[in-house]
Design a protein around this ligand. Sequence first.
Ligand code: WQD
Length: 356
Amino acid sequence: MTIIKTVFVTGGAGYIGSHCVLSLLDAGYDVVAIDNFANSVGQKQAASLDRVQKITGKEITFYKCDLLDIQQLDEIFTKHKFDCVIHFAAMKSVGESMKQPLLYYKNNIIGAMNLLEVMASHKCYRLVFSSSCTVYGNPTFLPISEDHPIGNVTNVYGRTKYFIEDILKDVVNSDQKWNIISLRYFNPVGAHSSGLIGEDPTTNFSNLMPYIAQVALGKKASLSIYGGDYATPDGTGIRDYIHVMDLAEGHVAALKKLQSNHLHLQVYNLGSGQGTSVLELLQTFEKVTGVKIPYTIEARREGDIVSMYANCDLAKNDLGWRANYTLEDMCKDFWKWHTMNPNGYKTNDPANTNGT
Ligand code: WQD
């Protein structure tokens, strides 16, 4: 089993990608990253990765590249010898995916297929795929384990993740050289403790935490809580929030597993294993930051599930990984990033000519 030294990261400039690149560098890997900035509206360059280099003191090789440009992708693989790939690059807005299904199928699925094709042509068969708990659809049991049925997904974004997981199954069945881990993320929140990287609030989002930040920063008068009449202890939706640094460490654990095992295809849940309601998260945020978050209870959001949280025993037993950060850590680190960077990576500092 060849040693994994150089890792190719797609979507490396993104929220989860940049945190993962930081953990990879800290773990001693060399990183080549690409991004097309589809999720960083108006971003001119990998500002997040510039900061990752500052934090770690280590170099990253970066290319602006879209996975739909298979020729450029092939050139990058020709230029470098990759021992493993981590594939984050995808469009990820559930709401947008419903309005533009073909854009999402083209970008997420064709992009993944191009990546797999170029990997095979360069004899690179180790892959960590960024999947999502969304593939489980509406849970029939909780906590949800990897053997829960998948595919009953109503939103296009989640279906792209489900279809790609199915494509991975067929690819592995066609050629035993493939060695793949698919990581199903629950709800990533938080930021690196430095406050220098985080989820860019200037991109289009629909998730809870960015909205809480908008209210806390005075950019939104109050938080709309979608549904207060669910069959949960306080009536609001329950999710499994996981610190983005725990998620990043989960990828390092996956690389180590691939280095020493030929798995063909194995799926792991990456969550905290705890279910937290919207009101519980809001109250934790208020306690940690001292910032009051006014809210109103609105109608349920179409397509929302009532409750979802993970059984992470498989990742614990197989990868030796478990989430360590608490909900308080998530809120504290998340708030530090937002107060230090209210406009994300686009700062108004005139000295900051490159937007970092
Ligand atoms: C969480 C809770 C809402 C906004 C996301 C991603 C999905 C996947 C899983 C990665 C729900 C409530 C939200 C608001 C609210 N991640 N809410 N007011 O729907 O679980 O899915 O995580 O692949 O891609 O979309 O996350 O943050 O949108 O919602 O009350 O303004 O917060 O109803 O109960 P969700 P979310």
